[in-house]
Design a protein around this ligand. Sequence first.
Ligand code: TYD
Length: 209
Amino acid sequence: MSAGRGLWITLEGGDGTGKTTQAALLEEWLRGQDRKVLRTREPGGSEVGVLIRDIVLHHRGDIAPRAEALLYAADRAHHVATVVRPALDRGEVVIQDRYLDSSVAYQGAGRVLDADEVRGLSLWAAEGALPDLTVLLDLDPALARRRLDSAEKPFDRLEAEREEFHRRVRESFLALAAAEPERFLVVDAAQEPDEIAAAVRARVAGLLA
Ligand code: TYD
């Protein structure tokens, strides 16, 4: 179930798959058509979320997997209630970097928590809200890692996980997309950014029509 009169688009995929680039290109295209757009992200799309983001990404040392799942869910609950729903109620297009599918993939498959429980926790947090479209940028984690390496930014807690973790995350995203083909658009993220953007635009245009 979506929320409000607007259009809610989430971008998902592993680290280094180009979500931020695609979010920017989509925003530019929509603004060019005089659409009101809200760009946001999880974790960290609200003031409270910024504090939670700092814990989940930069805490030195381990965080128990269930605590990590609850922190992402807490960020989500506040973000959906105070940022996303109001924007959708105003009729805006919300472009969001990551949502509950990230929790299922990272905390479920990555940290090996029960996927249904993790999803249920997020749905409870967000009062059942699901996006109109979820774009999955799919990429071999080895390739994504090379992109992250060349960006020369220090790795956060999740990025620093070993390759096997990121392989499980990728498989989980693909399984989620296969289970809900009407919500997901899966794009091969090894393509050029412009090609990917065109595929995303085609799908979004259909939803706006
Ligand atoms: P992201 O903002 O995409 O990282 P960056 O700013 O480096 O591009 O996401 C931060 C990390 O949080 C990413 O490694 C995935 C992870 N994450 C989860 O583990 N669970 C979640 O529910 C979400 C939203 C993100």
